[in-house]
Each structure stands twice: as C-alpha cells, then as structure tokens.
Design a binder for this molecule. Structure first.
Ligand code: SF4
Length: 498
C-alpha cells in the first residue's frame, strides 16, 4: 500500500484504510479484532446525531495557509465554516506578525437552477474574481455534495483556466457524502498539496516539517520547539497553520517530517516519503514523558545526532521531572474518561497512565486500524501493549448522546476531550472536564508538567461543575442514561421506554 500523489483523488478512509465510526467493546477486544481478522467490525447506528463534514475539515486545514485562497464550489451553507476559520487564522497571523491579506474564502453559492444546468461558468467567474481581488499564490477549489452529485468536472474547469492564471489551481475532492469520517478531509487537503503545490527537491534544507493544527503560539511553545530542534541544528516549518505556499513548495527538501497527531499528519508524511524520500518519523507523538522521548530520539537518529539530543534531554529532565513526580503523587489513582480523535485519544490515555491515573473509558471519534503505509497507529499499539488495565473502548463520531450514557455509567473524576462541544456536557452532569484544544499543552517535559498541574486543579476545584449540575435540566431521561452501552448500535428499532 502506498500513496500515489498523481492520482486524481484520494479515496475515503473507509475504503483506503478500512476505518470505522461505530464500535463498543474494550481496548483489548479492539486490538484482538485488528490482529485476528485484520479489520474491526463496523457497527451501524440506528440513530445518529449530526457530526462534521469532511469538506469542513479539508478546507479548514487549507485555510491555514496565509497566502492561498479557497473557492468553495457549493451552496452558501456549505461555506458557513469560513466564518470561524477566517477569524481564527486571522488572529493567529496577527499574533505572529504574518501577512494574510492574500487569503480569501469565497463560494460559488450554487442554487437549485445550478443543479439542473450546471455551474462551471459561474465557478470560472468566481475563481477569476477571487484572483483579481486578492492575488493569492494558489487557489484551492473545494467540492461539495451538490457539485459532486451533479458531476461537475473540476479538473476540466481548471485545465481550461491554467493558461489564464499564473498560479497553481488545485481541486480538492471533499464532497461531504464521500466519507462519514471527517478526517478523510485531512487526507484530501494534503493530497491536493502533494499533487499541485509541492515541488521536487532542488537541495536539502535543515527544515523539519511539523504537521499539526497550530503553530506553537500558546505558552511560548514555539520557543520550546525551536530550542529542541536547535540542539540538532534544525528549524521548524509549521504546517499548515500560518504557512505559505512557498514553504509548502519546499517541504520535499526537508530533513524529516514529524506530526503532533498521526491521524492528521500520516497522509502527508507518508506521501512526502514515498514521492521524495523525506523520512516520516513514526514515533509516539511528543506528549507525555514516553512520547517526547520516543519522538526526540527517532528524530535525532535520522540526523545522526543522538548524543547531542541525549545531552539536551538530560538538562530538561533535571528541570521538570522532579516537579512532575510530586504532582503525580496527587494524581495517582484518579479515574478518567477520554474522548478524542483516535490518535490523540490513545495518546492522552497513555499520558494519564503515566501519571498513575486509571483510564476507565476511551471514546474515539473514528478508528483507523492502519495508515497508508500499512503501519498500525503507534499510539494505539503502545496502549494495547502497555496499558495496566483493559478498559471499555468505543468509537463514535461526535455522538454526544452515546458518550453521555457512558459518562453517566463511568462517573470519572475527570473527563478529557478534544472538542469544546463535548466537555460542556460532562460538566452539566457534574464531571469536571478539560478540552485539550491546543496540541502543545502537553508538549515535552515542560508541557507534560503543565498538563499535570492543570488536571490536578480541575479535579480538586470542582465547585463549578458541581453547581452547574445542580441547575441544569438535561435533555436526557434516566431511561436513556441507563441503557446498556451499545444500545444504539445495530438495532433495527429502539424500544422506547417510559
Ligand atoms: S458538503 Fe455536503 S455535508 Fe458538507 S456542508 Fe455541504 S451539503 Fe453538508
């Protein structure tokens, strides 16, 4: 299995990787299913809440590029995501002092008539107008369910226009119906970058491609990243947030690619490795003690500077680990539930276990048994091999009603999620919760210490969630909350109780 960066589209995670969105069982059972049958059994839902669309995910990622424009070929409702995305990345660019005046997110606003007569001329006009107004360095043309259903030929339109505009025009096949897994959008966006933006290498640079969601602005973590890479004589190129088309063009010249989340970064990492030989570091993510050491050692090995890295790590260990040990004494034995994307979820479950906490349940927004190189996700495999206890494991794509049922049953000391719409619900039933929004919150020894302190504060100071629970009227009945964990999977009809 490999990535063909020249193929027209990258297929969905379901069809490429056998990924699933429905499961209820235990960690070890999931591991068994992957090992024995090679493919965990997908359990369908009889009821589903709204989740997220993969076009939101794909175009959201691409919107991080400061000097590119997005043309969303679909009804205006599909482009609603632009509101949040634009303000977030505008704030980030301002904080970093970067120019974002060439960024634009426009939409063709397809109508009912367009679904009958087609809308390719309108698409060309919007591309021209976007180019003339904003002068971006590249334009990504995002598909939608509507453009996909009527079979709009994006490649044909862009071929017609290539002689007219002197910048890359890249179709992004992120039709919402294409995949139930929004993370397919990560792959689709990086496929467009690999195929249309990245140039073959001219020379080797001292850059490391850091594939992530942000740029290390919080807690001054960019300085920590630069210090770490500086010990190896390297520099970061953050992807995609606040990046530029020029930086992306040169990613093929990097020393290596690393990722803070393999669910996000594996497609680009493996793609660059396959097409241009840039090594992709398949370590644990750099969070927690074990993850940070694995990440730094594997990176140092690629550049042949293991001794320099060990010397650097020794200094850091002396600075942060004694303090961490003290906090661990207070965290030991506390019970936790985790709900996140599959990469981050396994990762944070491991960190909690490093703190001596007991993971009672892990919910993954979807599950990948492997990535495009055929390798099983490192963080999941580590958890399988090293977890001190088996625990219940479920796969649900942001189905709040399912994990509310689980939360009610597990009743942990703390709930850790990576979705703001989830943590608030835990607090409504009196469970202290933390939204791990920033991937750098537990980066390295320093971040791990910070994360441990935050957790302890949340667990000890629970008056807010206690009070909130006393005053909130939940939409969930006791009947609902007491249903068995897998009630809503593979049932033809719900038995509605009183
Ligand atoms: S692309 Fe499809 S699923 Fe996504 S927002 Fe538009 S209509 Fe909805």
């Amino acid at each position: 299995m490999a990535i063909d960066i020249h193929s027209k589209q990258c297929a969905s995670r379901e069809s490429r990787l056998g990924s699933i969105t429905g499961y209820s069982g235990t960690l070890q059972d999931m591991g068994q299913q992957v090992s024995c049958s090679g493919c965990p059994e997908e359990r369908k839902r009889c009821f589903s809440q709204a989740s997220m669309c993969n076009s939101t995910c794909a175009l959201g990622q691409l919107s991080g590029i400061n000097d590119a424009a997005i043309v969303h070929h679909g009804p205006s409702g599909c482009a609603a995501t632009a509101i949040g995305i634009s303000s977030n990345f505008n704030l980030l660019a301002t904080a970093l002092g970067k120019d974002r005046s060439h960024f634009a997110y426009t939409c063709t606003d397809m109508t009912e008539a367009d679904t009958v007569f087609g809308s390719t001329e309108n698409l060309k006009d919007v591309i021209r107008e976007t180019y003339n107004r904003y002068h971006p360095k590249a334009i990504f043309i995002g598909a939608s369910c509507v453009s996909g259903v009527i079979g709009e030929d994006l490649e044909g339109v862009l071929d017609d226009m290539r002689g007219e505009l002197d910048i890359p025009l890249a179709p992004v096949h992120c039709e919402g119906f294409k995949s139930q897994i929004w993370a397919t959008g990560f792959d689709v966006s990086y496929h467009a970058i690999l195929k249309y933006i990245v140039k073959p290498p001219q020379k080797k640079s001292n850059k490391v491609n850091i594939i992530g969601f942000t740029t290390g602005t919080s807690w001054n973590s960019d300085a920590d990243v630069r210090r770490l890479l500086g010990a190896l004589g390297l520099e970061p190129t953050y992807l995609l947030a606040s990046s530029s088309i020029e930086e992306l063009e040169h990613t093929s010249e990097a020393v290596a690619s690393v990722s803070t989340c393999s669910t996000l970064g594996a497609y680009f990492g493996v793609g660059l490795e396959t097409a241009y030989g840039v090594p992709y570091v398949r370590s644990l993510p750099p969070h927690g003690v074990r993850g940070y050491e694995d990440y730094t050692r594997q990176l140092a090995k690629i550049v042949g500077k293991e001794r320099e890295m060990e010397a650097y790590m020794e200094q850091e260990r002396a600075l942060y680990l004694p303090k961490l040990e003290k906090i661990k004494e207070q965290l030991r034995g506390k019970r936790a539930m985790v709900a996140m994307g599959p990469g981050f979820g396994s990762n944070y479950a491991r960190i909690l276990q490093e703190f001596g906490m007991k993971v009672e349940h892990l919910s993954a927004w979807h599950f990948d048994k492997q990535y495009d190189d055929g390798v099983r996700p490192t963080a999941f495999q580590y958890l399988l091999d090293n977890s001190p206890n088996d625990f219940t494991y479920s796969v649900n794509d942001l189905q709040n009603y399912e994990f509310m049922n689980t939360l009610n049953r597990v009743n942990p000391d703390v709930f850790i999620s990576r979705h703001p719409g989830s943590t608030v619900w835990a607090m409504k039933i009196g469970v202290p919760a933390y939204n791990v929004y920033d991937e750098y919150n537990s980066f390295g020894y320093k971040g791990t210490l910070r994360f441990a302190r935050t957790l302890l504060n949340i667990i000890i100071n629970r008056s807010f969630s206690d009070n909130l629970a006393k005053h909130v009227r939940l939409p969930y009945t006791d009947w609902w909350m007491n249903q068995p964990a897998d009630t809503f999977l593979e049932k033809e009809e719900l038995e509605v109780g009183s």
